[in-house]
Design a protein around this ligand. Sequence first.
Ligand SMILES: [Zn+2]
Length: 583
Amino acid sequence: MKKWLKATALSLAAAVLAAAPPATEAGAFEPPVAAVKIGLYYGSSALPSANLQNATGYGSGYDFGYFDESRNFVPIGAYTDAVKISVMRDRNMRFDGSGYVEGTSGDVVVGCFHIQGDRQYDTYGAAREAADRTNSSFVKYLSGSFYVCTGNYLTASAAEEARVAQGLGGSITSGTVYTVTVAETGTNRIIFEFDCGTGRWLGVMPRQSGGTKPQTWFRGYRYHGGFQYARRDGGDITVVNIVDIDDYTRGVIPNEMSNAWPLEALKAQALCARTYAMSKLGTHSAHGFDLCTTEHCQVYHGQNSANEITEAAVDQTLGQYITYEGELCETYFSSSDGGATEDVENVWNSKLPYLRGVTDPYEADIAGRLSNYSWTVTYTPEQITQRMRNRGNNCGQIVGMAVTRYTDMGNAYEVTMLDDGGRTWKLTKGDSIRSGLGAKSIRLTIGDAAPPGGPSGGGQSGGVYVDGSGQTLDSAMAPYYAIGGDGQVDAMPEEGALYAMTGDGEVAQVGAAPQTDAAPAAPAVSANVARGSGLVNGYFTIRGTGTGHNIGMSQWGAYSMAKNHNMTYDQIIHFYFTGVTIG
Ligand SMILES: [Zn+2]
């Protein structure tokens, strides 16, 4: 019985696997939430008012409500057909031509004093019906109930005068520090007001028109999803875009890569972006959202730069995540690794099993196209001394500098400086080395010191190429030509076909993984520092390749794998993230 069940289960699993898209692996990951909260304006950039405009053909009007704990929009029945609306602080505000700012002068002024009726309504519809009977009346949502308010006045006494003149009941209100007012942009016509203290914030969701998913303009960018407006500290408005994770991904990949890049590279980026965001929920919880729109988290600017290729990259990886033993991965990526990525604990502090260093042969064949792939930084002894002192080191004049420990991947792990008092000062691990030296990556050497692995350049993928005049060439061979045995001149082949002989007669494949017999455990001691170490013609000279933190995926490596090697996004992901599952 059991055997039969097992066999059936297996054949069922086989059938499911056969039907599934080829790149998807078993056991799809279920994200804890469907949407992410992206902070557009917050903290010192919070706004006195924020305009919204339906993108033509992508929505018409808005529903009002709030977002619940699960990031779902909860409509409260309130809506408008207006296409251009502004959400502002409930203060005396004037329209300055583009938005509302505090003030009472000008042609368009929205006063914050209103006549509020005593009657409490259970539904928006009932309140709206009553409001529609009077000119300049609108509905206010106050802590779960609806009220009818009339007029907008600059002072309480002006509002009271109007109340008496119109024979209205009720009382004069000017809202609290948490009240937000919604008006038709450019007018003093109030559409709606919302105040639930700090318990709920106004949520605005564009209404769909036709069959297209709504998109909404806000400050020059076109967004999917809805918006939340929070006067968190009773002041200006924190604007948050609450958006489906896949639609968020659409707004990241053309900004973190180029929308002209190969599809498979963009798909790899889509998986990294989606997974990274989901693994970093609540990064900005102090401001009430998950992620910001800058490189601090991931660059996100809505749909502006999306095109058919970036949309396909998201659609073809819809709902897929990168996991390790069922947990979301921290899918770091950077521009280029210079030849090898690094074990994360050799750069930052925590060790993660899937962030292992890998030798990267793929960047080499596009490196010649990148103007800053190989870089040199130089300092006079005075400059580097000042730099170290600015970092809080009470050092004497620096007289020597060396990479004293390299990792097994051949990246710098520890840089030691010697001062004229004989004391040593260390920069340890990636971020410290990069910021301390002003280096673009940790794939570097200092002075004339050879990289680890001896003169064949074992630690530096691709080695160092020298032309007939002894000039060092960039690691890419693409722009160079060779004459074959048959006399034919050809462009230098890509890695895998070219061999070179070192001075000691050892033959090695160009661009192949470094030959290193360093112990696999702790980074190997590479050199000692002495007076004069690191100096070339009187300058401390740091040479390196690549740009970024050397953790996870190289974007240029992914580009090369997709463009030049016909590799698919799952191959790219599995290359840069050790032992992960895609699903
Ligand atoms: Zn951030």
